[in-house]
Structures are given as structure tokens and as C-alpha cells.
Design a protein around this ligand. Structure first.
Ligand code: UT7
Length: 336
């Protein structure tokens, strides 16, 4: 009896609006064929990517991806940026080292009553930020938390390195979290980090370890570095294991899950995760062919793309793997 009443009054963080933004400019596989020694066939079979979006223009940065995504959320929910309590921006391509991109975006949005911060967990950034934002709602302290995944990956891509430059694109996706007492929203998460994986996927310079110098620039240490095959092996295991464990501990079978919402790094990693969960192809959200890997933005951009196909009560498993290493899975009961 006591347990029942406790469950009824438990506050969860429900997603009550979603927004996304990708720049107009496209970088196709054919465009890349003119820049590096590659070809459309290789890129499509190895990654599933056909094109990516590129934020071009002087003075434009990650906050310029965040702002339209958050505006879309506010419009959808019929609120003003001034109604936002907290803005969390998951990114590894902040406008500057400081102030935070969240800080700059709040200013551009006119979100005068919000505080905010950036969260760096690479491709798992949105999942880490979502659980962080959900905790702020569950605590009862805040009523409107906006969580954004945004990256201007083209700012850290070396367009002479064919092994990485074909992968990444720019974009942002945002969700509004609000309190719910009917059991909808963020229900569970398994989140992991393992710093021993740093050597396989990193951006070496510009931090306190290797401040910018002529040497770091000459060595191209301000670009993303990835040992693709090594990351691939960890990603397949990490993403699939976390998703499977999340299903098990919530007593969910494949039939109970409406959608897998995976980080879009490689179609083969996504398929391996879906296989482990026993999910058919039609339950997997996929837009890697149009946007490439937008790092922290992939998962919210999937939710944004598929929003019209989501129904109230749907169980969604969000899954990611990224640099750090960071990885995890989150269970959501869709509230809209
Ligand atoms: O989002 C964060 C987490 N990141 C990931 O999850 C990414 C995980 N890794 C991957 O998705 C894959 O490793 C990649 C898509 C990055 C690469 O695919 P791969 O099947 O692992 O290729 P590979 O690196 O083993 O390269 C195979 C061959 C090599 O040639 P040789 O040595 O066999 O002659 C490469 O030099 O393909 C060559 N290659 C290319 N060829 C044409 C590498 N890049 C290209 C290219 N175009 N762009």
C-alpha cells in the first residue's frame, strides 16, 4: 500500500517538447571525393553515410546550432526562453573554452532566468546530459530543464584525413524536460566511462595538458583523432551490452520496446546493438545517411526526425558510445 502511494507521487522527468536544427549546406560523398582519396561506395558500405550538414559562415559556432533548436522547443511547447530554468548543452565543440556554450546560448536566446552549463561526454553527451537534467527535475527543484546535444564537428575535422573527415557533420537537437507524476519520461539509465580508451579517440591539444602552440598546430593536434577499428570493437560491445542490461533489469522483452534510438556513428554498430536486443530493423531510428555523425546531436536529432511516429506510452531505448570512452543506454516512456 505504502509502495503504491510512493510510486504514484514519484516525480519523473518527461520529454514534453522536442526541437532540432541542421544547417542548410550539405557535404555529399561526391563532394568529399574531390577533397580526399575516397569514394561513395566505400563510405556508404563502411558507414551508411550519404551526406552531412555543414555550418558555414564567419562567426558561427555551436551556440548558433543550439539557439534554433531551443527556439523550436519553446515554440512547440508555447513557452518563452525566459521560462527555462536550466539549459544543459552536451558538446565537445564549445564556442570557447569558457564561458560555456550554454551561457552564450542563454544570452542569445534571452533565457534570462536560466542557469546552465556544458557537459562533455563526446558521443554519449546527450545521454549523460539527459540523466543529469532528469535528476534536476526529479529532485523537485526545477520545472523546466532544456537538454541539448550540439556539435559543430566540422570545426575539429581534418579534411586531409580521409579516415575521419568522411564521418562527421554539424547539428543540434533539444528536448524540454518537465515533471510528470504518471510514470512517463526518463525511467532508467546505465552510464559508463573508461578513460583507458582515451588513446583511441581524442583531441590532444588546446587543453591544460597541451596548450596551443606552433608545435600542436603543426602536428594537427587540434583535430579529432580516431583509431577507427579499435573504437569500433569497443563500441559494438559497449552499446549492445548496456542496452541489453537495461532491458533485462527493467524486465523488458523486444516486444515491449517500440524504438531503439542509437547514436549514429556507424550502421554496422547500430545493427549489432539491435541484434543483441532482438529488435527488427523497423524499430531502429536511423538518419546517419543524411547527417553523418553529429556526436552529441545524433540521438536528439533522431527523436526530432521520428517525432511524428512516436506514441504516448512507447518505450524507447536510447544508446550511445563515444570518445573517452563513454557509453550507455537510457530507457524512456514517451509522454506525448
Ligand atoms: O562516434 C564515436 C564513436 N566512433 C565510432 O563508433 C566509430 C567506430 N569506427 C568505425 O565506424 C569504423 O572503424 C570506420 C568507419 C571509422 C572505418 O571503417 P573500417 O571498416 O574500420 O575501416 P578501416 O579503418 O579498417 O580501413 C579499411 C581500409 C584501409 O585500407 P587498407 O589498409 O585495407 O588498404 C583504409 O586505409 O579502408 C581505407 N580507408 C578508406 N578508403 C576509402 C579508410 N578511410 C577511407 C576512405 N575512403 N574514406
Amino acid at each position: 500500500m505504502l509502495e503504491t502511494s510512493r510510486m504514484r507521487t514519484k516525480i519523473t522527468a518527461a520529454i514534453t517538447a522536442i526541437g532540432g536544427y541542421v544547417p542548410e549546406d550539405k557535404l555529399t560523398n561526391a563532394d568529399l571525393e574531390k577533397i580526399v582519396e575516397t569514394n561513395d561506395e566505400w563510405i556508404q558500405t563502411r558507414t551508411g553515410i550519404k551526406e552531412r550538414r555543414i555550418l558555414r559562415g564567419e562567426g558561427l559556432a555551436t551556440s548558433d546550432l543550439v539557439v534554433p533548436a531551443v527556439r523550436a522547443v519553446c515554440e512547440k511547447r508555447g513557452i518563452s526562453p525566459e521560462d527555462i530554468d536550466v539549459l544543459i548543452v552536451a558538446t565537445v565543440t564549445p564556442d570557447m573554452m569558457f564561458p560555456s556554450t550554454a551561457n552564450l546560448a542563454c544570452h542569445k536566446l534571452g533565457a534570462k532566468n536560466a542557469w546552465g552549463f556544458d557537459l562533455a561526454a563526446a558521443c554519449s553527451g546527450f545521454l549523460f546530459a539527459l540523466t543529469t537534467g532528469a535528476s534536476l527535475i526529479e529532485s523537485g527543484r526545477y520545472r523546466r530543464v532544456v537538454v541539448v546535444g550540439a556539435d559543430k564537428m566540422t570545426s575539429i575535422v581534418d579534411y586531409t584525413d580521409r579516415t575521419t573527415c568522411i564521418l562527421f557533420g554539424d547539428g543540434a537537437g533539444a528536448v524540454l524536460l518537465e515533471p510528470n507524476i504518471e510514470g512517463y519520461g526518463v525511467l532508467d539509465s546505465i552510464l559508463k566511462t573508461d578513460g583507458s580508451g582515451a588513446k583511441y579517440l581524442n583531441l590532444k591539444a588546446g587543453g591544460s595538458l597541451r596548450p596551443a602552440s606552433h608545435e600542436t598546430v603543426d602536428n594537427k593536434e587540434h583535430f579529432a583523432y580516431q583509431e577507427g577499428q579499435a573504437v569500433f570493437k569497443f563500441a559494438v560491445v559497449g552499446m549492445a551490452d548496456a542496452s541489453y542490461e537495461l532491458m533485462q533489469r527493467n524486465n523488458l522483452t523486444a516486444d515491449d520496446i517500440a524504438w531503439l534510438v542509437p547514436h549514429q556513428a556507424n550502421k554496422r554498430i547500430i545493427d549489432a546493438t539491435a541484434n543483441r536486443m532482438g529488435l527488427p530493423q523497423e524499430k531502429i531510428m536511423m538518419n546517419i545517411e543524411r547527417y553523418g555523425n553529429t556526436t552529441a546531436a545524433t540521438i536528439p536529432l533522431c527523436l526530432w526526425d521520428y517525432r511524428k511516429q512516436l506514441n504516448k506510452g512507447d518505450n524507447l531505448v536510447l544508446a550511445a558510445f563515444g570518445g573517452g570512452f563513454t557509453w550507455g543506454a537510457t530507457l524512456i516512456k514517451w509522454a506525448m
